[in-house]
Design a protein around this ligand. Structure first.
Ligand code: FAD
Ligand code: MG
Length: 285
């Protein structure tokens, strides 16, 4: 997934080989999810959907459910989070890493292919269909959260009670680090790499951070973030540096961190009123 992944198991009563076997199963599950959901792999189901034009594609239950959750968060965030940003990611060179600032007309043309309202997810037929030709999806804003959730699910099935799964900034914890201590998650300083500004103490929850300080490119003295505002077609440039969300599960924290980052401080915090159990920490510029 283009990043580092950590799995930690804290159950000290389990023998080391059992803990190692469980960790290996969690990593295998994350690899399975990458193969399934990557828009970088030609044989993934996402690539199949992206090459479908406007033809109906039938899906298995797992993929249908993830796409439904992605669409739900698009609707909840009024399009701030939107998996259909792929044509814009390609236009700005975020996918190929051949970055460039496109012309206004190009952005306008790409925006015609963006919007989850132009996706038909038919739950009876368990299928997806794009309503506009050239539409493509990218799950970069949700699949790492899903992978962290699934890794913890696999560990639980192995009889583990206390563990952490971190797909870069999407971290799910189960149980505690020890009888005395909760899991401690350091939040990186958005301005100073490697510095920690906050320590969160968590059990049985998930934390995700989105920001412009990790993945971006620079052109003409300006910084362009990999998170794109699907409403304007431009990389996000608002009053925020980063957003950290704490939620029950990682899909929720992953998508909401991206959505709030796109919306900016005022609208972002307004969105979170729809999610009373969610906590947020926003760093403004
Ligand atoms: P988040 O804020 O969680 O998400 C931002 C990412 O979501 C963007 O990078 C983009 O992909 C997408 N996005 C942008 N704007 C929006 C928006 N408004 N709404 C919804 N989504 C948006 N990277 C590689 O370099 N090579 C790879 O082969 C590769 N494979 C990957 C496979 C998978 C399954 C996944 C999940 C990621 C992969 N990545 C790969 C990384 C990916 O391209 C993103 O850079 C990464 O997911 C960003 O995560 P984040 O937590 O930093 O940002
Ligand atoms: Mg995210």
């Amino acid at each position: 997934m283009g990043t580092y992944i950590t799995v930690k198991i804290a159950d000290s009563d389990k023998p080391l080989p059992a803990r190692k076997a469980a960790a290996q199963k969690a990593f295998a599950e994350i690899e399975r999810i990458e193969d399934l959901l990557s828009s970088f792999k030609e044989d993934s189901v996402i690539s199949k959907i992206n090459n479908s034009g406007t033809e109906e594609i039938f899906l298995d239950e797992e993929v249908f459910n993830i796409l439904s959750r992605a669409k739900y968060f698009s609707e909840a965030s009024s399009g701030a989070f939107d998996m259909t940003v792929m044509p814009l990611l390609e236009l700005w060179g975020f996918h190929s890493k051949k970055y460039r600032v496109p012309a206004a007309e190009e952005i306008e043309a790409a925006l015609k292919k963006v919007g989850s309202d132009k996706i038909v997810l038919d739950s009876r037929r368990r299928s997806i269909r794009f309503l506009a030709p050239g539409m493509k999806i990218d799950l970069g804003g949700i699949a790492k959260g899903y992978a962290s959730d699934r890794a913890i699910g696999v560990l639980r099935n192995c009889g583990i009670h206390n563990a952490l799964a971190a797909c870069a900034g999407d971290i799910r914890v189960m149980g505690r680090k020890s009888a005395k201590e909760k899991w401690s998650i350091g939040i990186q300083d958005s301005r100073k790499r490697g510095m920690i500004t906050d320590q969160l103490k968590l059990e049985d929850s998930s934390v995700s951070t989105s920001g412009s300080y990790e993945r971006f490119f620079e052109a003409g003295g300006k910084r362009y973030s990999h998170i794109i505002d699907p409403r304007t077609g431009w990389p996000v440039d608002n009053d925020l540096l980063s957003v950290t969300i704490i939620a029950q599960d990682s899909v929720t924290s992953d998508t909401l961190a991206t959505a709030v980052f796109v919306l900016g401080r005022a609208k972002g915090l307004e969105l979170l009123e729809k999610f009373p159990s969610v906590q947020a920490r926003v760093v403004s510029k």
